[in-house]
Design a protein around this ligand. Structure first.
Ligand code: GDD
Ligand code: MN
Length: 380
């Protein structure tokens, strides 16, 4: 007969937490034992120099502790937690900070809600009634609330930067997570919008021993993490925004290309440039043609390698050809729109508005043509 599954595996990611483990492990174990939850505590240590791993091992005599010394693996909080979830044997897996910032008292409740089927994911939240953080200075509160607000398009959870969670292990799909950064709770909640989510109020305590590993690097990673999640949730919108940004760089490339050409021709033709309108006209037209071609080409490469997901995986020549065709059609469309509308309107502001409409129509046309034709994923 196979061994019955444990109710819960509690993952403790650690880096230099040797002073905290002897306190937190007995407390977690006692809280779960008192509520009749069979459990293991999995310490995922990133080879801390302070001997956290050895401390974890020594606690394994008295408590159901497993310790993993993560050498030669991808470092970092999320990577450690994901590996811990994989190694876990419980029906429920939980993660919490090892420095006693997260209240242990609510852990049994989080686990039971999952075991009895009332939810799939329970997260500890500082931003629901009854939750909060003790003694946080105003700037840390500001950072935390800004970080939370930035997720408005990704998840409705009230405390998206929390590090405290319990989840039904069968919900997890390991090959869908990106282990970069710190926000493993956000990553999992965002990737499982169908799962039932409950928020449990927690008051975040400051650590007693050791120091926080939160750094500017983590905050930059967080922004990258958010961009990735937004991109996955609204792929076309973000393709369009990148396409627009590339268009803006095109204006700059065009300006630099054409003014350089004009400058060059002006110095070659010297006095003739001042005296002959034909020379100036030709120089300007050549400048415009060169600037435009440069911008068209640089836009192409930026769109191919950045704006559109699989642009770079397609053959260059045929994409470029299609891209040029779409752009020329877009230009004709713009002129057609402007000509038709100019028939009905006469005032200057109206004509300027018409010009803008022409530009927008061409942009939309180009975007659709490029996305669904020039950079369309073809099956070969
Ligand atoms: N294995 C591993 N590897 N563990 C790590 C690493 C790492 O690179 N970095 C940090 N940890 C562990 C710490 O040892 C601790 O147990 C936990 O992750 C949280 O790290 P802290 O350094 O205590 O972070 P914090 O208190 O600043 O941040 C906490 O609160 C934030 C909310 O304001 C965390 O819970 C964050 O996830 C949370 O966003
Ligand atoms: Mn902490």
């Amino acid at each position: 007969m196979s061994e019955p599954r444990l109710d819960v595996s509690v993952i403790l990611p650690t880096y230099n937490e040797s002073e905290n483990l002897p306190q937190i492990i007995p407390m977690i174990s006692a809280a779960l034992r008192d509520t009749n939850l069979s459990h293991e505590i999995v310490v995922m240590d990133d080879h801390s120099p302070d001997g956290t791993y050895a401390v974890a091992l020594s606690l394994a005599d008295q408590f159901p502790v497993r310790a993993i010394d993560r050498v030669g693996l991808q470092r970092g909080l999320s990577a450690a937690v994901i590996d811990g979830f994989k190694a876990a044997t419980g029906t429920v897996v939980a993660v919490m900070d090892a420095d006693m910032s997260h209240p242990i008292a609510v852990l049994p409740d989080m686990v039971k809600r999952i075991l009895d089927g009332s939810t799939d994911i329970a997260v500890g939240s500082r931003n629901v009634p009854g939750g909060g953080a003790v003694e946080w200075p105003w700037y840390r509160r500001l950072i935390s609330s800004t970080a939370a607000w930035l997720t408005f398009g990704i998840t409705p959870m009230s405390d998206p930067t929390t590090g405290y969670m319990a989840v039904r292990r069968s919900v997890l799909e390991f090959d869908r997570y990106n282990p970069i950064g710190w926000k493993i709770v956000l990553e999992i909640v965002a990737k499982h919008p169908q799962a039932d989510l409950s928020e449990i109020p927690i008051v975040f305590q400051d650590r007693q021993f050791g120091k926080s590993k939160m750094s500017l690097k983590e905050q930059r990673q967080y922004i990258r993490h958010l961009l990735r999640l937004y991109d996955e949730k609204w792929p076309s919108l973000f393709e369009f925004l990148r396409f627009g940004a590339v268009g803006a760089t095109g204006v700059i490339v065009d300006t630099i290309g054409s003014s350089t050409t004009i400058f060059f021709l002006a110095s070659v033709f010297g006095l003739q440039f001042q005296s002959s309108w034909a020379v100036r006209e030709s120089a300007l037209i050549l400048g415009a043609a060169i600037g435009f071609s440069l911008a068209l080409t640089s836009n192409f490469f930026l769109n191919r390698n950045w704006s559109f997901k699989h642009g770079a995986k397609l053959p260059l020549g045929s994409s470029y050809f299609r891209y040029l065709l779409v752009n020329s059609l877009g230009l004709w469309l713009r002129l057609a729109v402007v000509s038709v509308l100019a028939f009905f309107f006469t005032s200057i502001p109206a004509l300027q508005g018409i010009n803008l409409i022409g530009i927008l129509v061409a942009c939309a046309f180009n975007f659709v043509g490029i996305k669904y034709w020039a950079f369309k994923k073809r099956i070969d």
